[in-house]
Design a protein around this ligand. Structure first.
Ligand SMILES: C[S@@+](CC[C@H](N)C(=O)[O-])C[C@H]1O[C@@H](n2cnc3c(N)ncnc32)[C@H](O)[C@@H]1O
Length: 197
């Protein structure tokens, strides 16, 4: 049976320090993220890429301690973040902490239409219940003015079995891209950027 690590408390210290087998082995820090993960972990360059899309306002759901937000704020982008984990949010630097709320994607309906130029959700949608995906995607479409960045990560059965104990949606990249295409128009698949239709 899958254990629910995705309630309010389970993105906890053990997960972010790699003590939990499904967590970040090298810890959740800039050095190991840049080394071990490809997606939006080269924070300075990624912030410039996002700004150059013409982005002035940005929301990141599942922003953790806001490494990317921090670089966007330096570039003058109005960046805001939500994350469900008190543990990791409290690790944010003083520059970025005021812009992060401890909040779940479940609260997305509280935001007005076209609230942000770009909404970024990386590494979150694989952990929500599959029957809520359409709701979240339609809400993302409603609150984003220009683009969304949506990245899920799809651990193969054989190379990341530990993640399968906590993942609620374990689908292929092709499946996710088809799902995203129901709501958004492909803009730059390599960088997971979709245009709001
Ligand atoms: C796999 S980590 C990805 C972190 C970051 N987005 C990245 O790509 O490096 C998942 C993050 O999403 C947060 N998270 C998980 N479920 C969430 C939810 N329902 N609402 C908001 N944040 C959530 C976790 O606390 C964690 O920081």
């Amino acid at each position: 049976m899958k254990r629910n690590y995705f309630g309010d408390v389970k993105f906890d210290e053990a997960y972010f320090t790699g003590k939990h087998p499904a967590g970040y082995k090298g810890g959740y820090n800039k050095k190991s993220l840049t080394k071990d993960f490809d997606c939006y972990t080269h924070f300075k360059e990624d912030a410039k890429f996002i700004k150059d899309l013409g982005i002035e306002s940005y929301l990141e759901i599942g922003c953790a301690c806001g490494f990317l937000m921090e670089e966007l704020l330096k570039l003058g982008v109005k960046a805001r973040g939500w994350d469900i984990s008190k543990f990791i949010v409290e690790k944010a630097s003083p520059e970025v902490r005021p812009f992060i709320e401890i909040k779940s994607i479940d609260k997305i309906s509280s935001l007005p239409d076209k609230a942000f130029d770009l909404v970024h959700v990386s590494g979150v949608l694989g952990y929500v219940s599959e029957d809520k995906l359409d709701y979240y995607l339609s809400e993302l479409k409603r609150i984003a003015r220009k683009y969304v960045i949506v990245y899920v990560g799809t651990p193969a059965e054989d190379d990341m079995p530990e993640e399968n104990s906590i993942r609620l949606v374990n689908r292929s990249d092709g499946w996710w891209n088809k799902k995203f295409a129901e709501y958004f128009k492909e803009k730059d698949l390599e960088n997971c950027v979709w245009k709001v239709k």
